[in-house]
Design a protein around this ligand. Structure first.
Ligand SMILES: *Cc1c(COP(=O)(O)O)cnc(C)c1O
Length: 466
């Protein structure tokens, strides 16, 4: 399998290159040169497989010859062995034809683990093959940092340094990052804001000498391997509910559009997906697009569902590329104009294509709390604010015709105890395997917002493991 850039100015690459590169050199996003296709018989043959084995089968055509199948399957088995539920991504029924799939049983209790646990191991394998090491740096205001740390901790070929704004993350989020004790993990609390942390990361990438010395890399949400590792749970849910002999619909609380794009990819591979609901909070750029072809940037407003607080959804470019019949010139022009004007110009027939499968839904904080309360009263289910938006979206626009709708639950309710308590009167406990989170020893260093100081700390981490 080879990958091409949505902007058309980068050479085609294989899976291993795309994994390590993340973004294409022309600023575009990598897409498979051709979509793999599974026949109804292929899908049926996957019914009843353990989750990790199913994941390896679904990912195999994307990985191609970069990694042998038995290695890929071992990687998947190893990645999901540490999850807190034997089904890995269990399906729960909430109503007639309404289900939720819990994607939060990984080490950091959020859906990012579903892909990141595989990604860290893929990195290790490919880097070992090439006899190389990389250093991952990232800035986080919360969830992505901990998922990246859990994915990289103890890996042989990777060092990871995560910057967070000192005193500005929730205690659970900070402790999830700072209590992971591995020689290849570093945490810096920057005396500044999240934006300062992001600027420091950008400055490290822009410092060519430093970038080459420590072989800087990132594991951000545009990495194709993350999308590929998110397709299997849609397949698992669909097969459990009768696909390929029955249609199914999904509802996804959305931020950077990576999760719902994986559902779209499953459909493109032949899974009978009737509809995809895109849930948003008050930061509703995607909902405005899907309702009225209005994709215009607006300032980010904080909400109860912080992982969906976005101004631009970076993975949308991948869907745009497909809607434009994979025309890289048209995709580049649309994206560059969007960056310049803050408004995306999509012709009506193209927009109608998107509406062929996607629908948007928005819910403000008050609505989110009301949905959490309603769900708890109706069936005793505790959905975190992100998941509650997905469930509300599914209820708002049922498919009819007996098509089951699956809403993706993307975070464990215990990550948002205050919102849960306000809505339901209950303060959800951390799962037993994490109950001692607040007793574990923290390791992080407070540092000034100064590039030289931070780079020296990264170099010291790299030297320790060289
Ligand atoms: C990252 C995240 C999302 C958004 O997923 P995207 O792939 O960025 O659309 C939703 N909910 C939670 C809890 C997340 O961590």
């Amino acid at each position: 399998m080879r990958y091409i850039s949505t902007r058309g100015q980068a050479p085609a690459r294989d899976f291993a290159d795309v994994l390590l590169a993340g973004l294409a050199e022309d600023g575009g996003l990598f897409m498979p040169e051709a979509w793999p296709h599974f026949s109804p018989a292929d899908w049926r043959a996957m019914r009843g497989l353990p989750y990790a084995d199913l994941a390896a089968r679904v990912m195999q055509p994307f990985v191609g010859t970069s990694i042998p199948f038995d290695v890929l399957r071992t990687i998947c088995r190893d990645a999901y062995a540490g999850f807190g539920h034997p089904a890995v991504a269990p399906l729960i029924q909430l109503e007639t034809n309404l289900f939720t799939q819990e994607l939060f049983h990984g080490p950091t209790l959020a859906f990012k683990d579903m892909a990141m646990q595989v990604l860290g191991r893929l990195f290790d394998y490919v880097l070992t093959q090439r006899d190389k090491r990389v250093t991952i740096v990232g800035a986080t205001s919360g969830d992505t940092g901990s998922a990246a740390i859990e994915a990289c901790a103890g890996r042989d070929r990777v060092d990871i340094m995560i910057l967070h704004p000192h005193g500005r993350t929730s205690l659970v989020q900070r402790r999830q990052m700072t209590t992971v004790h591995a020689d290849n993990v570093g945490n810096i609390a920057v005396e500044g804001t999240f934006d300062d942390c992001q600027d420091l990361v950008k400055a490290m990438f822009a410092d060519t000498g430093f970038r080459n010395d420590v072989r800087l890399s990132a594991v951000n949400s545009i990495n194709w391997a993350r999308i590929a590792a998110q397709i299997p749970y849609y397949v698992a849910a669909a097969l459990a509910l009768g696909a390929p002999d029955r249609e199914i619909a999904f509802s996804v609380p959305t931020g950077n559009f990576g999760n719902v794009l994986a559902a779209w990819a499953a459909r493109r591979m032949g899974l009978p997906v009737a509809r995809l609901m895109v849930g948003s909070n008050r930061n509703d750029i995607l909902t405005r697009f899907l309702e009225s072809n209005d994709m215009s940037m607006a300032p980010v407003e904080p909400s109860l569902s912080p992982s969906m607080d976005i101004q631009v959804s970076s993975n949308f470019e991948r869907l745009l590329f497909e809607l434009l019949d994979r025309d890289p010139e048209a995709t580049s022009k649309t994206m560059l104009d969007f960056r310049r004007t803050g408004r995306m110009n999509v012709a009506d027939p193209i927009w109608h294509r998107a509406r062929g499968v996607f629908r948007g839904f928005r819910l403000d904080d008050a609505g989110t709390e009301a949905e959490i309360r309603r769900l708890h009263a109706a069936c005793g289910y505790l959905a975190d604010p992100h998941s509650a938006i997905g469930i509300a979206a599914a209820r708002a626009l049922p498919c009819g015709g007996g098509v089951p709708m699956v809403a993706m639950a993307t975070a464990h309710p215990a990550k948002f105890p205050d919102a849960m308590e306000r809505a339901t009167g209950h303060r959800p406990a951390l799962p037993p395997r994490m109950a001692d989170l607040f007793e574990r020893e923290e390791r992080f260093t407070v540092m000034p917002n100064d590039l030289g100081t931070i780079e020296a700390a990264v170099r010291a981490l790299v030297r320790r493991n060289a």
